[in-house]
Design a protein around this ligand. Structure first.
Ligand SMILES: *Cc1c(COP(=O)(O)O)cnc(C)c1O
Length: 522
C-alpha cells in the first residue's frame, strides 16, 4: 500500500496491510475528539434502568384491564447523560449541509436559513394539533393557503394539493389524479411514458398506480427524443412523466411541443419538478402545458431534507386536473377566514377528488419554513436564486471539463447541475473510487451512477448558496482526486481512509439488510 502514487498525494498515516491506517492504538478506539460509538445495545443492558422507580406494590390494582405487559420489552436502560452522549456521538459521524458543501446532484442540498427555523418554532405553529378546532388555528391555515398561492403563482398553475409529504408522494398524488381523470372519461388507460434518464421514483410511481411503464429514449444531446415520443403516443397512453430541467442538467426546450402532442393524444403531462430551483422565477411550468407537477420544498424552498417531522411535496394542477386533486384542501372565505375542506364539504371545484393522500397536514414545520423563505426573498430574489444556481453549476462544469468526460457540454449551458462521466481512469479505477476519495477530502460525494444514460455518471449540484471560495476549494479537491484516478493511483481503491467507517459491502447492505440488532457471531 505504500507504493508511491503519481499525483504526490499520500495519506498522513501510512496505510497498513488491508488498507487500515496505522496510528497510535488507543484503548477506546477514539481518534482524538472523533469518538467511536457502539450500538446502544452494546453499551446498555436490558436488566439495568436509567432511573430509579419505586417498587411496584403487588397488591396495587391496575387500571389497564389485563393489557399490561407481561414480558420485559428488551430495551436497554441508560442514564440520561449516557443516552444524550450516544446520540450526540452518532450525530457527529453524520455529514450535513451545516458542516460543509453537499454537492449531491438532483437533490438541491441548499443552506437552510436560520430565519426559517425561528419562524417554524413559534408556538402558534409548532405546538398546534391537527385535531384542534379550525377556529383556533386560523393562522396555520392561512400559512398553508398563502404558501399554496405562491406555488400557484410561481408555476402558473390554478390549483394545488398541499398534503403530499415528499416529492415521490407528490408524484403518486399527480398520477392518481390523472388516473381519476381518465377513469371519469371511462378508461384509466394502461401506459405511462418515462424518459430513460428519469429519476427512479418516476417509473416506480407509475407502476405503483397500476400503469405499465414504457421508456422514451434520449437524443445524443441529452434531451427527450421528441420523434420517438410522438411515435409512441396513442389511446393507451395515460400520461408522460418528464423532468424539466432534466436529470442530465438540461432544459427540455421542446417541452411545449411534447405537451401539445400528448394532449392531442388525450394524455396528460406530469412534470417532475424536483429541479425547479434552476428555473424558479424565470419559467412557469403552466405556460409549458404541464397538468401536474410536484415541488420538493426541501429542494427549491430551503426546508431541511429531514427535520424532525414529515416532509412536503405539494402538487400543482392544471384546470383539467384540478377537480380530481385530493382532499382536504384549505379554502379562503371573503371575510378572511379559512377552513379545511373535507369529504362532507367538498364542492364542484374538487367534486371528483380521488381521495386523500394523508390523514393530516402534519408538515406545518415545512410550510412555515418554505413561506418564510419565499417572503424573505420576494419574487425578484427567487429569480436570482435560479440564476445564481445555474451560474455556479456552469462554473463547475467549465472548470472540470478539461479532465473529466462532460457528455453534454456541447449542448449549451447546463442548468442547476454539472454532469460528468468517467473517462480513462487508470488501474481499473472507477467513479466509485473517485467518490470515496472525495470523502477523505472532507466532501460528501456527488451523486454517482445517475442518470443511467451516462457511463460512470457524476452529478454535481452546487446550488446558489455556495460562495465562490467554497466552490473553488471543491473544484481543487475534485481535480486532485480526478488526477489521481487518471494516474491510476491504487490507493484510491481503499478510500476513504479517514471516515468513521471504511468501505461497506453496498450490495449486501441493500440486498440483505440487517435491520435488527443481534448478538455478534464470534
Ligand atoms: C429528489 C427527486 C425526486 C424524489 O423526491 P423526494 O422528495 O426525495 O421523494 C424525484 N425526482 C427527482 C428528479 C428528484 O431529484
Amino acid at each position: 500500500m505504500s507504493a508511491p502514487n503519481k499525483s504526490g498525494w499520500k495519506p498522513q498515516m501510512e496505510a497498513a496491510e488491508g488498507g487500515v491506517p496505522q496510528g497510535p492504538q488507543t484503548t477506546t478506539g477514539n481518534r482524538a475528539l472523533m469518538l467511536e460509538e457502539p450500538l446502544i445495545f452494546e453499551i446498555g443492558h436490558a436488566e439495568t434502568t436509567g432511573v430509579d422507580l419505586p417498587g411496584i406494590d403487588p397488591a396495587a390494582t391496575t387500571r389497564l384491564n389485563g393489557l399490561e405487559r407481561s414480558e420485559p420489552i428488551g430495551l436497554v436502560g441508560l442514564t440520561e447523560p449516557e443516552s444524550v452522549r450516544h446520540y450526540t456521538r452518532l450525530s457527529r459521524q453524520n455529514y450535513g449541509i451545516d458542516l460543509g458543501f453537499f454537492p449531491l446532484g438532483s437533490c438541491t442540498m441548499k443552506h437552510n436559513p436560520r430565519l426559517n427555523e425561528k419562524v417554524a418554532r413559534l408556538p402558534g405553529f409548532a405546538d398546534i394539533h391537527p385535531l384542534a378546532p379550525q377556529s383556533t388555528v386560523q393562522g396555520a391555515l392561512q400559512v398553508i393557503h398563502e404558501l399554496g398561492d405562491w406555488l400557484c403563482k410561481l408555476t402558473g398553475m390554478p390549483s394545488v394539493a398541499m398534503s403530499p409529504k415528499a416529492g415521490a408522494h407528490g408524484e403518486l398524488c399527480g398520477i392518481l389524479a390523472i388516473r381519476a381523470a381518465h377513469t371519469a372519461r371511462g378508461n384509466p388507460r394502461e401506459v405511462v411514458l418515462v424518459p430513460e434518464s428519469a429519476h427512479g421514483t418516476n417509473p416506480a410511481t407509475a407502476a405503483f398506480a397500476g400503469y405499465k411503464v414504457d421508456n422514451i429514449p434520449a437524443t445524443p444531446e441529452g434531451r427527450v427524443d421528441v420523434d420517438a415520443l410522438k411515435a409512441r403516443l396513442g389511446p393507451d397512453v395515460a400520461a408522460v412523466m418528464i423532468t424539466n430541467p432534466n436529470t442530465c442538467g438540461l432544459f427540455e426546450k421542446d417541452f411545449r411541443t411534447i405537451a401539445d402532442a400528448v394532449h392531442d393524444a388525450g394524455g396528460y403531462v406530469y412534470c417532475d419538478g424536483a429541479n425547479f430551483n434552476a428555473i424558479v422565477g424565470r419559467v412557469r411550468p403552466g405556460d409549458l402545458g404541464v397538468d401536474a407537477m410536484h415541488i420538493n420544498l426541501h429542494k427549491t424552498f430551503s426546508t431541511p431534507h429531514g427535520g424532525g417531522g414529515p416532509g412536503s411535496g405539494p402538487v400543482v394542477f392544471s384546470e383539467a386536473l384540478a377537480p380530481f386533486a385530493p382532499l382536504p384542501f384549505v379554502r379562503k372565505y371573503e371575510d378572511g377566514t379559512y377552513d379545511l375542506v373535507e369529504e362532507e364539504k367538498r364542492e364542484a371545484s374538487r367534486g371528483q377528488a380521488f381521495g386523500r393522500m394523508t390523514a393530516f397536514h402534519g408538515q406545518m414545520g415545512m410550510f412555515t419554513r418554505a413561506l418564510t423563505y419565499m417572503l424573505s426573498h420576494g419574487a425578484d430574489g427567487l429569480k436570482q436564486v435560479a440564476e445564481d444556481a445555474v451560474l455556479n453549476a456552469n462554473y463547475i462544469l467549465r472548470s472540470l471539463e478539461d479532465i473529466l468526460h462532460a457528455p453534454f457540454a456541447d449542448s449549451g449551458p447546463c442548468m442547476h447541475e454539472a454532469l460528468f462521466g468517467d473517462k480513462d481512469f487508470g488501474g481499473g479505477l472507477s467513479t466509485l473510487d473517485l467518490a470515496k476519495g472525495l470523502i477523505d477530502e472532507g466532501y460528501h460525494p456527488m451523486t454517482v451512477y445517475f442518470p443511467l444514460v451516462v457511463h460512470g455518471a457524476m452529478l454535481v449540484e452546487p446550488t446558489e448558496t455556495e460562495s465562490k471560495a467554497s466552490i473553488d476549494q471543491f473544484i481543487t479537491a475534485f481535480r486532485s482526486v480526478t488526477e489521481r484516478a487518471l494516474a491510476g493511483d491504487e490507493s484510491l481503491k481503499q478510500a476513504p481512509y479517514y471516515a468513521p467507517r471504511r468501505r461497506l459491502d453496498e450490495t449486501a447492505a441493500a440486498r440483505k439488510p440487517k435491520l435488527a440488532w443481534s448478538e455478534p457471531e464470534v
